[in-house]
Design a binder for this molecule. Sequence first.
Ligand SMILES: [Zn+2]
Length: 380
Amino acid sequence: MSSAVEVNATSKYNLNYIVSEGEQPPTEIHGDVFDRQRVMKNFHQGSVEQQRVFVLGVGGIGSSIAMSLVRTGVDTVHLLDRDFVNASNLNRQILFSLSDIGRSKVEAAAQHLKQIHNLRTNIYDYHTDAVTNWSGVVEIAKKCTVIFNNIDYGAVFDYAVNSLCKSLGILYVAGSTYANNIEINLFSGLPNDPCWACNNNTTDSFKFTTQELENRNDIQLFLKQMSCISGEQSRSVIEECLNELKLKMPSASQLSTLFMPLYQQKTLELLLPQNIQKHQSIEFIPKDRSFPTRTVGSWVGVCVSGACLIVNTWIQYIMKTRNSNSDMNKPFHNWNQLNLSMFDGGYYTAGFPNEQNLKCCPVCSNAKQISEQNSYSEEK
Ligand SMILES: [Zn+2]
């Protein structure tokens, strides 16, 4: 009886083929763990095995994304998270068990991936904070072909990761799940394609009510308490804004109508593709005061199925660009929404392609500028 297991059949036997509609798959290699996906119509296992993936956040969706990725046989997975496993995570974060409570999430995730799920992937884990250790994020991203952004810090953090992807020309994939809802986004990172910022804005992240702003003498302390804005760079941006506006003791309404919009403008400028790789830390960005999971709830249904759908969207994109049979001009559905509740009108989905908004998107116009400069200097 033979017990051969072959996890590298793709390169070893040069199985870089795509089975097209109506074609018979070639003879099965004994022990080939990826046989059942390489024989799927229009599936290119060789492309999957070349992917180097950065998973930012291994919580609800991130842990299931990491599991799905190693099962497909990608080359490398980098896991980054600053959190520790909490009892209330265990109903949905499937890489952790009861005995992991209190452990570093990435350490526990990497260990269980290696013990149970991994087939051929190199797995690295980083227990660190993406916001305060942004330069670490940049260094890892440079080695990758895609970032899955699952960190719940708010719109400006998403803006920063999206801009980093655009500056590196790598894919940005993100999703969110809560209660019965799943949302999926994918952007190619290419200069002529849309990005997250084309159809989303960060204005709400910089907004405070007059009531919140009243009786605030120390704007620095206020921004730290309300939005976790801190660090050397935030101090100088705050100062710059006050100087430019010639405000010494701004009133609540001056803060909300003059100061915050300027702070937003300067912050987004620091996050453009031309600047995004330079920062040691991005503590100057606001953390959203968004609803905590406690108030809306979450469960294994949306986390696991959402994660699989997110990974699927990415796989479909890879196959579309790889497959000579696919119609490249057909728009790709890079925005999808799904609701699992039977009470909320039953299953329904919505999906459509986002369009590039060059006129209004600072990230896209900056990335395009950079790519035009690069091709000009190459021509010379
Ligand atoms: Zn854009």
